[in-house]
Design a protein around this ligand. Structure first.
Ligand SMILES: Cc1cc2nc3c(=O)[nH]c(=O)nc-3n(C[C@H](O)[C@H](O)[C@H](O)COP(=O)(O)OP(=O)(O)OC[C@H]3O[C@@H](n4cnc5c(N)ncnc54)[C@H](O)[C@@H]3O)c2cc1C
Length: 303
């Protein structure tokens, strides 16, 4: 694998100068949980063309690989991982028109919210404060405070496993609660067109400020985490069930069920993958024994 990796990195760099390439890069540096061991290679192509070339080449070489957005919903094991990670952070251009925007997959939702505010466009306020990228947000239909990505996606351009570039309408993205077709398909999201509406900048700003305040009040933003650990079960809230099972503040090593918001597992310092997984297992078991509800992880786990 090492020789193949070397030649992949050399060709990527030669064909597409400006790609950032890191060998043996710890994923703790690229995830909001601040946990995760080294991957064989992290590459961050700077253009869609470079990204498409890299994906096609990795498939041709049959090397294991995955896509990473802003790393805010993913937990890597302590590794090492024989894996190539393609990061989208440099697919970061945003094109604006009167009532729409076309961002690259790596643009952060927070930046999109601010760009919409500056352009006087409404519809993205809900996403202000979700610390993910557009691609990661579409992948799992991120949402908050009554809004979801699906409400603003007009179309998505992606690379299919066959190696072809395709565009589908938002209606064909298979969106449901914290889910899209991209979770099952192996497609790589490259960009999207978002449909927004002209709005009053003062009202947009006020709503964004209100949501930021709500997050600061309710969420343990002073500790690394990956947001809500478990999906919301039908008709209930994971945090409520976890609290009711007496788990608020319970720790395993450096991982703790947040005392501020029981839906979050936080890294209070030096948490390992095993700590977090053991705590998630304990939470699942105790919630099931207490309420009969089976919690499902919302975070993506890379063992
Ligand atoms: C403090 C905090 C608060 C949060 N609040 C919310 C919230 O209110 N609502 C909410 O929904 N989420 C929330 N999250 C979770 C997270 O921010 C979202 O799930 C976000 O959409 C993840 O985006 P990302 O770019 O970080 O994805 P990553 O974590 O990088 O990746 C997540 C998954 O998406 C895949 N992926 C990423 N980009 C692409 C792409 N371009 N093509 C194909 N697959 C891709 C990855 O392979 C991985 O499987 C929160 C997280 C934190 C830490």
């Amino acid at each position: 694998m090492d020789k193949l990796l070397d030649s992949f990195a050399k060709d990527l760099n030669a064909g597409y100068p400006g790609t950032a390439i890191f060998f043996g890069e710890p994923m703790s540096r690229h995830t909001t949980f601040r946990v995760g061991g080294a991957v064989s290679l992290l590459a961050e192509p700077k253009s869609i063309e470079a990204f498409v070339w890299a994906v096609r080449e990795l498939r041709r070489l049959d090397l294991p690989w995955m896509v990473l957005g802003n790393g805010s919903n993913v937990l890597f094991s302590d590794g090492p991982h024989r894996l190539v990670v393609l990061g989208t952070s440099r697919l970061d251009t945003v094109r604006l028109s009167v009532d729409s925007m076309i961002p690259g997959a790596g643009v952060l939702l927070s930046r999109l919210g601010n760009a919409a505010l500056e352009a006087g466009l409404t519809g993205l306020e809900f996403a202000h404060g979700i610390p993910g990228s557009l691609g990661g947000g579409i992948y799992m239909n991120a949402g908050a405070y009554g809004g979801e990505i699906k409400d603003v996606v007009e179309s998505v351009t992606f690379l299919a496993p066959s190696g072809t570039l395709r565009t589908v309408s938002g209606a064909d993205c298979g969106f449901s609660y914290r889910h899209s077709r991209f979770e099952d398909s192996g497609d790589v999201i490259l960009s999207a067109t978002l449909r927004l509406r002209p709005g009053d900048p003062a009202a947009i700003r006020a709503r964004m400020d209100e949501l930021s305040r709500a997050r600061r009040e309710k969420q343990p933003l002073n500790y690394p985490s990956a947001g809500s650990t478990f999906k919301r079960p039908a008709g209930d809230f994971a945090a409520r069930l976890i609290e009711e099972a007496g788990l608020k503040g319970v720790s395993v090593g450096g991982a703790q069920v947040s005392e501020k918001h029981a839906g979050f597992i936080v890294n209070t310092g030096g948490a390992t993958y095993d700590d977090i997984i053991a705590l998630m297992d304990e939470v699942k078991t105790k919630v099931y024994l207490n309420s009969g509800v089976i919690l499902e992880p919302e975070i993506r786990i890379v063992p």
